[in-house]
Design a protein around this ligand. Structure first.
Ligand SMILES: *Cc1c(COP(=O)(O)O)cnc(C)c1O
Length: 477
């Protein structure tokens, strides 16, 4: 299996070469040269693997279609080490529960940080450690977070050999729970940096460091952002796991609704569908930041400026542009790299939008690829959380509530609809309190989290300071 860039750069790469990289050299995103397409017999075999051997073995089977530069026995060992009931809180790893008529919830948030990003990031941690050791290399992951991504990365990389994590976050702006989650980590390879500024300041500092190519090379600076192909690939697995739990036979089709931001999670659903998983609809659910809903309704992709990006009560979906979206557009245009490069290149930067409204392939987004979309507002979110609690006796986190709201509008009577649960309610306590007048229960393993000693360094918005910080800590440890 080789990987190509959505913008047509000539060099084909193997999985392990793109594992530690971000964008392709031409600014595009990596995708497999072709999607392996499963026939009935293969799908039946995967169902049996999942039913008899479990999630880790299913992950190994799916990953094996895309990774041929790690020996199978090593890859299986990495999957088994990653997907344990101990880490993910459930024997099935990603169990499905029932929610009202023909609607199901795929639980992806029982991992260490209680959000779905653990599903991929935990595997990434083990893959990084494996590959870095094989190459006798080190990596310093530098990131900016306003919550979920940073904590998932830290919990995935803690204690891993060859990896250090330098995670910046806006000082005093994360929830108490999120701060406690990250800052209580005592691992020597994890560095929390609270920046006296907002999230954009953190991101700008990270960009400035990465743009200093010499510093980047000398200090082996890397990232774990959502465009990483390995993260996306790991997410493909749970679409299969959900399908095998909800359907009785491979003749049945099911649909998915995905609370979306950067289009990573639902893009994995697209890949699963391209592989031949019987998926009817892939429904994109957005919050007030409705870049993606607008595109699927009108064909117009309009990037928002930061002043037009709202701070909402489903904050992990507050995006101004969807960084994985280019992958889907590449497929939608019939894998036309020149067209994709033109759409996402300097033009988009200058004009802030493109339109496919008049292109025949825009209609294929729904007709051929099964995409639909909807949006949800703060009021919708509160109502959905309330209704789920009173009618179903289930507590939903605000992001999952956005998904449920849209799923209820678009579900079809004869096709089961699975909503992806992207976080647990305890992470977003204040919105739950607003909706229900009571707080979610704190899981026992987090009972003492907020009283643990915290490790964090406070820094001004200062690129030289963060470079010096990285330098010092690379020499020390
Ligand atoms: C990251 C995140 C999302 C958005 O996922 P994308 O892959 O960026 O579309 C939704 N909900 C929660 C809780 C998240 O952490």
């Amino acid at each position: 299996m080789f990987y190509i860039s959505t913008r047509g750069h000539a060099a084909k790469q193997k999985f392990c070469d793109i594992l530690l990289e971000g964008l392709a050299p031409d600014g595009g995103l990596y995708l497999p040269e072709t999607y392996p397409c499963l026939d009935d017999a293969q799908l039946l075999r995967l169902r049996q693997v999942f039913n008899t051997q479990g999630y880790a073995h299913l992950a190994f089977e799916i990953l094996s279609f895309y990774i041929d530069d790690i020996p199978p026995s090593d890859l299986l060992a990495l999957c088994k080490k990653t997907y344990t009931a101990e880490v993910f809180g459930h024997q099935l790893i990603a169990p499905v529960r029932s929610f009202g008529p023909a609607i199901f919830i795929l639980e992806l948030s029982n991992g260490p940080t209680l959000a779905f990003k653990d599903m991929a990031m935990q595997l990434l941690g083990n893959l990084f450690e494996y590959e870095l050791k094989r190459r006798s290399e080190e990596l310093n992951i530098l990131g900016a977070t306003s919550g979920d991504t940073g904590s998932a990365a830290e919990y995935a990389m803690r204690g891993k050999k060859g990896v250090r994590v330098f995670m910046t976050s806006p000082h005093g702006r994360m929830s108490k729970f999120q701060q406690a989650q990250m800052f209580s980590l005592q691992d020597k390879n994890i560095f929390n940096i609270a920046v006296k500024g907002v999230f954009d300041d953190c991101q700008d500092m990270v960009k400035a460091v990465s743009n200093d190519l010499e510093f980047k090379r000398t200090y082996k600076i890397g990232t774990v952002n959502s465009i990483n192909w390995a993260r996306l690939l790991a997410q493909v697995v749970y679409y299969f796991a959900a399908y095998f739990q909800v359907s009785q036979s491979n003749q049945q089709a099911i649909s998915f609704t995905v609370p979306s931001g950067n289009f990573g999670n639902i893009c994995a659903g697209h890949v699963a569908r391209m592989m031949g998983l019987p998926v009817s609809k892939l429904v994109v659910a957005t919050n007030e930041n409705d870049v993606l809903d607008e595109f699927f309704r009108t064909g117009i992709y309009k990037v928002r400026s930061s002043s037009h990006t709202f701070e909402t009560s489903s904050p992990s979906m507050d995006i101004s542009k969807a960084s994985n979206f280019e992958r889907f557009i590449f497929d939608l245009t019939g894998r036309d790299a020149a067209k994709t490069a033109q759409l996402f290149g300097p033009d988009l930067h200058a004009k802030g939008q493109f339109s496919l409204s008049n292109e025949s392939y825009f209609f294929q987004a729904s007709q051929k690829y099964g995409f639909q979309s909807g949006k949800s507002t703060h009021q919708n979110r509160l109502e959905t959380i309330r209704e789920a609690y009173t009618k179903q006796g289930q507590m939903l986190d605000p992001h999952t509530a956005d998904g449920v709201k849209v799923a209820q509008e678009l579900a079809e009577a004869d096709t089961p609809m699975v909503v992806l649960e992207t976080a647990l309610p305890i992470k977003f306590e204040s919105t739950i309190l607003e909706a229900l007048g009571c707080s979610p229960e704190m899981p026992a393993k987090f009972a003492h989290l907020e009283s643990l000693p915290q490790r964090v360094d406070i820094m001004n918005v200062d690129v030289a300071a963060i470079k010096a910080y990285i330098q010092n800590h690379c020499v020390e440890s």
